[in-house]
Design a protein around this ligand. Sequence first.
Ligand code: UDX
Length: 446
Amino acid sequence: MNIAIIGSGYVGLTTGACFSELGNKVFCVDNDLKKIKGLKNGLIPIYEPGLEELITRNVRKKRLIFTSSIKDAVRSCKVIFITVGTPVLDNGEANLSYIENVAASIAVNLPASTCPTGKHQAGMNGYRLIVEKSTVPVETGEWVKHIILANVKGKVRFDVASNPEFLREGQAINDFMNPNRIVIGVESKIARDLLSELYKPFNAPLVITNIKSAELIKHASNAFLATKISFINAISRICDKVGADVEEVAKGMGLDKRIGLSFLKAGIGYGGSCFPKDLDAFVAISDKLGYDFKLLKSVKKVNIEQLDFVFQKIKDSLSLIKGKTIGVLGLAFKPNTDDIRNSAAIGLIKMLQKEGAKIKAYDPQAIEKSKQVLAGVTFCPDAYAACLASDCLLIATEWDEFKELDFSRIKELLKRPLIIDGRNLYEAKAMSKLGFSYISIGRKNI
Ligand code: UDX
C-alpha cells in the first residue's frame, strides 16, 4: 500500500519506518525543511533505539521517502495518517492548530473523484482515507471532516478514521511491531477494509469501533496508566510514614492479575510528552462536556506533589540546600530516550537551583537537549564526574547503566556518602553495606 504520514516526529517517524519495513511504500512528510533535508541525508532527529537502522534500510530499498510536499504525498497515497503534534494550550486544552492546517492542506490536494456512482468502493479512483493518529480529544474526527469539507475543491471521496498509537518512547519500534491491540475507529466499510488490510501482518486483536470510541480509548488508556502511577506514588507517601516498603506493596498488589505489576513503580512522578499533556486535555474536554473529572485532577495533583516530596527529602538530608553541590544522574523523562519534555528530573533540578544548589548532571542521551532548558548546570561526561566533590548523589532517571556503577569509586568521589534515589534503583541493604546513607521513595531511609 502507498501510505502518507504527515508529521515526522516520534509517532510519525516510527509509524513510517515500521510500515515501510512491512513492505509498504511510505511518504513521510514534514513542513520543517531542515528536518526533511537531514532525514534525506540519514540524520535522525530523535534518539530511539533501532530507528536509524530501520530508516536507513528502507530508504535504501526505496520504500521510505521523505518530502515536504503534502501534495505529492496526498496524490500518491490512498491512506493518509495525520501524526502532527497536539501540544497543550495554557488552558489545558489540546492545541489542534497543526491538525487543522494539515487537514486543510490535505483537502485542497485531494484528487477529484472519478466514481460515477458516488459509492465508496475499494480501488475507486480518487478515494482517500484520512486517519488521525495523533492523540486528540474526542470528537476531533468529526471536526477534521468539517475542515476538509470546507476546504475541498470540487467533488472528492474521502473518509476520516481514528487509529490511536500506544507506543512508548524508548521502545517505540517494539511497541509498534508487537502491539497488545490495534484500535481502529471507522464509519465506512471501505475505511474498515483498508485499515484491516494494512494491519493484517500484525498478530494482535483488532478492536474496531466508531471514531469517537477510538479517540476515547487513547485518552482513557493514558489517563488510566497515569492514575496507576499516582496511586502507587500516593501509597509511597504512606509507606514512608509507617516504614513499609512500596516495592513490596506494589509486588503484593501487582501479582493479583486484575491489578498487574506494570506501571506501579513509585518514583519522582511521571513526565514526558504524553501523560501530562493528555491528562490536561482530557480534563479540559471533560469540563467542556459538562463532566468534572475530579479523579484525574487529583492524579495530576499527586504527581506534582511527588516532586515536592522528593525535594523535601533532599532538603532534610542535606540540612541546607543553599551552596551544596548535587550530582544528578538522569535528565531524560525516562530511560532509553533523549526526550526531556516534562521531565521530572529537569523539574527537580530547577527547584534545587532555585534553593541555591549547584548541579553537576549526567545523562547517557539527554545532555544536548537539557542544555537548551537548563542554565548554570555543569554537564558531565559520565556518572563519576557528576559525583566528584558533590555533597550527595541524586538518581533521577533509571537508566540501566546506573545499575552497574562502581560504588566504591563513587564513595570516594562524593564529599559524603549520601545517595537519594528517586527511582528506587538499588537494594537498600546493599547500599547500607557499601557504607552509604541511602534515601529512596516509600522505603525506610538507611
Ligand atoms: C506513554 C504511554 O505508555 C504510551 O502508550 C502512549 O502512546 C504515550 O505515552 P511514554 O510517554 O513514552 O508512553 O512513556 P511511559 O513509558 O509510559 O512512561 C511515562 C512516564 O511515567 C515516565 O516519566 C516514567 O518514568 C513514568 N512511570 C512509568 C513511572 O513513574 N512509574 C511507572 O511504573 C511507569
